[in-house]
Design a protein. Structure first.
Length: 75
């Protein structure tokens, strides 16, 4: 993928914490957690979130794909 979407995800690790995702996307942390706990209602990919040792992470590859699929102008 090319274009604007790459600037959001440039040099990010494969997984990021919800706080970092909120900063990158300009959203509130509550929105990120809403995605997690209301995934079906919000049509969020189930594979976006990973929980390791009681810590929540977002997969940046899934996040990038999902955001660009929702916003064709970012492709």
């Amino acid at each position: 993928m090319t274009g604007i979407s790459n600037t959001f995800f440039e040099n990010l690790p494969p997984m990021i914490r919800p706080q970092r995702a909120a900063e990158i996307l300009g959203l509130s942390i509550q929105t990120i957690y809403d995605w997690k706990y209301r995934a079906k209602l919000r049509k969020v990919p189930e594979s976006l979130f990973i929980k390791l040792n009681r810590t929540l992470y977002l997969r940046t590859d899934v996040l990038k794909e999902w955001i660009t699929s929702q916003n064709p102008s970012l492709r």
